[in-house]
Write a protein that binds this ligand. Structure first.
Ligand SMILES: Cc1ncc(COP(=O)(O)O)c(C=O)c1O
Length: 300
């Protein structure tokens, strides 16, 4: 790996495994642990670092000076990319879905402060950009520029995500993660031993395409995974008082911070599945905290 990237990785915090102590879990005889990837860094946290790591190494090996990607006005991915660009002294361009908001969202404001160039495109233009996956695939891209698809979702991201599994040094039965594009889930399924169950929690409504998207990223066909579609609370980034209450209560009990877009919904789902008796007594669940806490600004 490139020395500047090794230095960045060495500067990151430690992703510890924390057991959640809660009388409810004890009453169900189920153990819940959280892999705290949110502790890696306040900005390049969680799956952002995992997905960017090998992409950045690839970009540096190609001697580019500019990273380009796409996302929404609250995108954790673009936020992390802008920060990493500033740190590695690479220029960054963010293609943003929809109109320029006034004022800028806190996420966009940070990105601009970190000197990312923001380009706003219509929703239909944005949809078309999803077809471009390869680093030189974007129409009009120059040789000194490196394109990352939405959410950094590509094979190099899967490699980085797999390292989360390598770091889990306790025995466990079930792995859980929130799903946007499903890339993080696919990376976990590829790496987890096949006797483990891997569960995804969709953060978006009407996301049934996720099953085929995830399947297409697997090397071998396996059946030890499932995606739950009932915990999106009305759609992407939607929040109601029930979810807000759950998050506040969980944070007060455990001191583990959550955000309402991904990790709050995943943990709500896990608790609901425990209530439904989905996990056997004695089972140990490891939930991946994928970070994204910056997205909480303006929410809770
Ligand atoms: C904090 C957080 N958690 C989970 C996800 C979902 O990841 P994926 O798109 O790989 O499914 C995202 C989106 O990238 C995210 O920002």
């Amino acid at each position: 790996m490139y020395p500047s990237l090794v230095a960045l990785e060495n500067s990151l915090g430690k992703s510890v495994l924390t057991q959640i102590h809660d009388p409810f879990l004890e009453s169900k005889a189920v153990e819940l642990w959280i892999k705290r990837d949110d502790l890696l860094h306040p900005v390049i946290s969680g799956n952002k670092w995992r997905k960017l790591k090998y992409n950045l190494d690839d970009a540096l090996s190609k001697d580019v000076d500019t990273l380009i990607s796409m996302g929404g006005a609250y995108s954790n991915h673009l936020h992390a990319l802008a920060f990493v660009g500033k740190t590695l002294k690479l220029k960054t361009i963010g293609i943003i879905r929809g109109e320029h908001p006034t004022p800028l969202t806190p996420t966009l404001q940070d990105m601009e402060n970190w000197r990312m160039k923001l380009r706003f495109v219509t929703r239909s233009e944005y949809r078309l950009l999803r077809n471009h996956k390869h680093w030189q695939d974007l129409p009009g891209i120059k040789l000194n520029q490196y394109w990352l698809p939405e959410g950094g979702a590509n094979p190099l991201a899967l490699k980085g995500v797999g390292e989360i599994v390598d770091e889990i040094d306790i025995s466990y039965d079930v792995l859980c993660v929130a799903c946007g594009t499903g890339t993080t889930l696919a990376g976990l399924i590829r790496k987890a031993p096949k006797q483990k169950t891997v569960l995804g929690f969709a953060a978006l409504n009407k996301a049934r395409y996720l099953e085929s998207d995830v399947k297409s990223q697997l090397i071998i066909n396996c059946h030890n995974w499932e995606i739950f579609h009932d915990y999106h609370f009305g759609g992407f980034a939607k929040l109601n008082s029930k979810l807000a209450l759950f998050i506040n209560d969980f944070e007060a009990k455990t001191s583990v911070p959550l955000e309402p877009v991904y990790t709050g919904k995943m943990l709500y789902g896990i608790y609901d599945l425990i209530i439904q008796g989905r996990f056997k007594p004695g089972q140990r669940i490891v939930a991946i905290h994928t970070g994204g806490l910056q997205g909480k600004r303006g929410y809770l």
